[in-house]
Design a binder for this molecule. Structure first.
Ligand SMILES: [Fe+2]
Length: 399
């Protein structure tokens, strides 16, 4: 077997080795949940908190345990409208980076210096992202005036002050695109962001995900984000057994986006208690993982806790229609997100379109958390690791 470091150029198509799917391959909405009764039905009294796994609190206090319908009434708390001074600095950086002729891969804190924004505004926003509510929205980037390239420079440039870019798929995209490509979600290797289906609540495979809205759908496409800590508090109070379920190993289907020497699935807990923090990781694509040899069937308790998370997320979510120029940051370790299905315009240039970044946010270079070792490696999030020579790519259009 060739050493990992000398792997050839990454395959540009999903691994073809698995031909049939025994389970569902997308995140939702799961029809399986319809068969699961309400996990809290008939429960009227809180459970004994000592039934929780060791190290897991009875309740998580603080700003991360928010309620969406309440926060929707106070958008000024989580939407930062860029000031004229901030926009001038961003536009100046976009212009000078564009004129430098450098490739996108060289966008970083030094080549896109935001001395004003990063000293005055960003610390408060990243405090919210990691120690507060777990998300924020920047409003006002002039994407309708900018070229696609200029929007991408601003998107990557601001993001470079928040974390390190990580690949989002087997093509090595670090500049990702959320756009309907007309694909069928039932096809092997198709992910929900390439379609216009409803996506149930989930988190992405990175510490932080950022989205910049370029175009809105003709109708629909509403986004929602939901507080995991509020969800945790309800489950811990009434069904502590399901916290055990989350803290045990889950198998996740790589959906054929695994490297040549990798297993086609990953295995890790969905919930960690680490250095005083509760850390949630999406047990993504668990429903289809058992199609792989060596993966046990999905347990009923896993469906039960999935149903609990979906229904509590619906109840406590903030819903929003992202406008062109809205730039959202979400901490994947404490906030879930979803999207409604949508209708698009016929014109390909008018279709709903968002740019996406996946970021690793580790101190001391960036504001972030201390993660358990298993969550502090690129390999957890993508088997196409840069350590194996897989290149980062920056397509300007969805592909
Ligand atoms: Fe997502």
């Amino acid at each position: 077997m060739a050493p990992v470091a000398t792997l050839p150029t990454p395959a540009r198509t999903p691994n073809p080795e698995v031909k049939s799917l025994k389970g569902r391959v997308h995140q939702g909405p799961w029809s399986e949940l319809n068969d699961i009764p309400d996990p809290f039905e008939g429960i009227t009294e809180p459970a004994d908190p000592s039934l929780l796994p060791e190290g897991f609190p009875a309740q998580i206090e603080g700003p991360g345990a928010w309620d969406g319908p309440e926060l929707e009434k106070r958008p000024e708390e989580w939407i930062h409208v860029l000031t004229a001074e901030e926009l001038a600095e961003i536009e100046q950086n976009v212009e000078s980076f564009e004129n430098s002729g450098r490739p996108f891969s060289e966008i970083n804190k030094e080549t896109f210096p935001l001395s004003f924004f990063s000293s005055k505004t960003l610390p408060g926003l990243t405090d919210e992202l990691f120690d507060g509510r777990g998300f924020f929205l920047l409003r006002g980037l002039p994407v309708e005036k900018w070229s696609r390239e200029q929007s991408a420079i601003a998107f990557l440039g601001i993001g470079s002050h928040i974390g390190l870019r990580t690949p989002q798929n087997f093509k090595g995209h670090v500049l990702g695109h959320v756009k309907d490509l007309g694909y069928d979600i039932k096809e092997v290797g198709v992910r929900p962001y390439q379609t216009r289906i409803t996506q149930s609540f989930h988190t992405d495979n990175s510490h932080v995900v950022a989205l910049l809205s370029l175009k809105q759908a003709k109708s629909g496409g509403e986004s929602a984000i939901a507080p995991f800590y509020t969800i945790y508090n309800h489950i811990a109070k009434y069904r502590p057994d399901l916290i055990h379920t989350l803290a045990q190993d889950w198998y996740g289907d790589w959906k054929n986006e695994h490297g040549p020497n990798e297993k086609p699935y990953r295995k890790l807990p969905a919930l960690f208690s680490h250095k005083g923090k509760i850390i949630y990781t999406n047990p993504g694509f668990f429903a289809s993982a058992p199609r792989h040899e060596g993966v046990p069937p999905v347990r009923r308790a896993q469906w039960e806790v999935s149903k609990a998370i979906q229904s509590l997320a619906q109840e406590h979510a903030i819903r929003m229609l992202m406008q062109p120029g809205d730039y959202q940051y979400v901490n994947n370790m404490k906030v879930l997100h979803s999207r409604e299905s949508f209708e698009d315009y016929e014109d390909v240039n008018e279709k709903r379109h968002l740019l996406r970044l996946w970021l690793r946010c580790c101190p001391p270079e960036f504001k972030g958390w201390e993660y358990p070792e298993i969550l502090d490696t690129e390999r957890v999030y993508s088997t196409f690791s840069t350590a194996d020579g897989f290149e980062h790519t920056y397509p300007l259009e969805a592909e």
